[in-house]
Design a protein around this ligand. Sequence first.
Ligand code: SAM
Length: 84
Amino acid sequence: RENVTFADHSLATDSVFSETQLISCRNVLIYFNKKLQDRAFGLFHDSLCHRGFLVLGSKETLDFSAYSKNFVALVKQERIYRKS
Ligand SMILES: C[S@@+](CC[C@H](N)C(=O)[O-])C[C@H]1O[C@@H](n2cnc3c(N)ncnc32)[C@H](O)[C@@H]1O
């Protein structure tokens, strides 16, 4: 825990966070409409470093997002993506 920074961050209203190697965002996007999902995917894309990892919940996907072409599905069934 000493090596982790805890901070509040709203995907609906806040901006990009600092350069990140891994984002785990599970079971949040299922509650968002398409516009808000795309906003979140844009934040993830702009926050991740090159080849950074994005992990979604089992019912969530990048497939229909405008950002799908910017990620590769590493383990599709586990919703593990890597920024390309
Ligand atoms: C169903 S819970 C999932 C919690 C956990 N990730 C899991 O998989 O067990 C949904 C989470 O989304 C968070 N949440 C709701 N609106 C949010 C927003 N605008 N920005 C960031 N997180 C949000 C809630 O605080 C809650 O922790």
